[in-house]
Design a protein around this ligand. Structure first.
Ligand code: NAD
Length: 306
C-alpha cells in the first residue's frame, strides 16, 4: 500500500517523521510530494497512491480521476471544503478529516486576536478588558468548545448557539445555550465564528444579523471567509463606527477593509489558526493513524462523505 503525503505547504519535519513511523509500522510505503508548484505534479503523484494525506490542497474531480488506486483521502485539519466530496463518493473514495487536533491552536488565536483588538492593536493607547463581557460562540464544535474554555479563564460571560449540538451538551460546560443565531448576535458584544463553510452557511453572516449586536461590537472570524457576506459587512461597518472585524481569513475585499476601517479591522496575513507545532504534529499523526485504521480494519469513524 502506498500512502502519499501531498502538501503544497508541508508539515513540520517532526510531523512527517511521526507520520512515517505510523505508516511504516503498518507495513506501508510513504511517499512525499511537498511544496509542489504545479497541479500536474499532483496528478502524477496520485496515480498509484492508495491513500493520500493533504492539508489545504485541492482534491477535485480531475485529481480523483487520475488516482485510479485511491481508497481514502484524509484532510489533516478540520475544514474539508477543499475536497470535492460528491466526486470522491462517485469514485468510491472515503474522505476523512481529523477533528479536534487543531482546536486549541485556533481557540488560542481567537482569544489572542480579541485581546490585541481591545488593546487597540498595541498602539500605546488605553484599551478595554474582556473580563465580564459577553462572548457569543457561533457553533459549538471542537474549536467553539475550546474558545469557551479559554474565554471563561478570562472571566467572560459565555453564550453559544449551534444548529445541531444539543443545548444540554453546551450547558454542561457552564455556557448559556441560545435558540438562534439572531439571539446570539443580539445578546453578545463579542461573537466568535466557528461554523463550517457549507451551502447553508455561505454568505450567512450578513447585515441583518450583525446590525443588532450591542454597542462596541466585535466579530472575530477564525472559521472561513466564505461564510461572511463581505459587501454587507462593509456596509454595516460604514453605518456603525463602533463595529470591529477581526479575522484569520483575509477577505477578498481586504484592501477596501484596510482603507475604510483603520483601527477597526485586522486580518492575519495568511490563515494562522492551526499553525502551531502541536497542531501540525497532532493532525498529521491522526491522519496517518486513521488511514491505517481504515485500510487494516475498515474503521470509518471520521468519514465525512457518508
Ligand atoms: P467542528 O466540525 O468540530 O464543529 C462545527 C460545528 O458547527 C458543529 O458543532 C456543528 O453542529 C456546527 N454547525 C454546522 N452548521 C451550523 C449552522 N448552520 N449553524 C450553527 N452551527 C452549525 O469543526 P471545528 O473543528 O470546530 O472547526 C470549525 C470551523 O473552523 C471549520 O469548519 C473550519 O472551517 C474552521 N477552522 C479554521 C482554522 C484556521 O486555521 N483558522 C482551523 C481549523 C478550523
Amino acid at each position: 500500500m502506498k500512502v502519499l503525503v501531498a502538501t503544497e505547504k508541508p508539515f513540520a519535519k517532526i510531523a512527517v517523521d511521526g507520520i512515517r513511523k505510523e505508516i511504516e509500522a503498518a507495513g506501508y510505503e510513504l511517499v512525499l510530494l511537498e511544496k509542489y508548484t504545479d497541479k500536474a505534479q499532483l496528478l502524477d503523484a496520485v496515480k498509484d497512491a492508495n491513500a493520500i494525506i493533504i492539508r489545504s490542497d485541492i482534491i477535485d474531480a480531475e485529481v480523483l480521476d487520475a488516482a485510479k488506486e485511491l481508497k481514502i483521502v484524509v484532510r489533516a485539519g478540520a475544514g474539508y471544503d477543499n475536497v470535492d466530496l460528491a466526486s470522491a463518493t462517485a469514485h468510491d473514495v472515503c474522505v476523512m478529516n481529523t477533528p479536534g487536533q487543531n482546536s486549541n491552536a485556533v481557540a488560542e488565536l481567537a482569544l489572542g486576536m480579541m485581546v490585541y483588538a481591545v488593546r487597540n492593536f498595541y498602539n500605546g493607547t488605553s484599551g478595554t478588558e474582556l473580563m465580564g463581557k459577553k462572548l457569543g460562540i457561533h457553533a459549538y464544535g471542537n474549536v467553539g468548545r475550546n474558545v469557551a474554555r479559554v474565554a471563561k479563564g478570562f472571566g467572560m460571560e459565555v453564550y453559544a448557539y449551534d444548529a445541531f449540538c444539543p443545548k444540554e451538551v453546551i450547558e454542561k460546560d457552564g455556557v448559556k445555550a441560545l435558540d438562534s443565531a439572531a439571539e446570539l448576535y443580539k445578546t453578545c458584544q463579542f461573537v466568535s465564528l466557528h461554523i463550517p463553510a457549507t451551502a447553508e452557511t455561505k454568505n450567512s453572516i450578513n447585515y441583518a444579523l450583525l446590525k443588532d449586536m450591542p454597542k462596541g461590537a466585535m466579530l472575530v472570524n477564525t472559521a472561513r471567509k466564505e461564510v461572511i457576506n463581505e459587501a454587507e459587512l462593509i456596509k454595516l461597518m460604514e453605518d456603525r463606527a463602533d463595529f470591529k472585524y477581526i479575522t484569520d481569513i483575509m477577505p477578498a475585499a481586504n484592501a477596501e477593509f484596510v482603507e475604510k476601517f483603520a483601527g477597526r479591522y485586522f486580518s492575519t496575513p495568511k490563515k494562522m489558526g492551526a499553525q502551531t507545532a502541536e497542531a501540525n504534529i497532532n493532525a498529521g499523526i491522526a491522519a496517518a493513524q486513521q488511514i491505517v485504521g481504515f485500510l487494516k480494519d475498515g474503521c470509518e469513524k471520521f468519514r465525512v462523505n457518508k
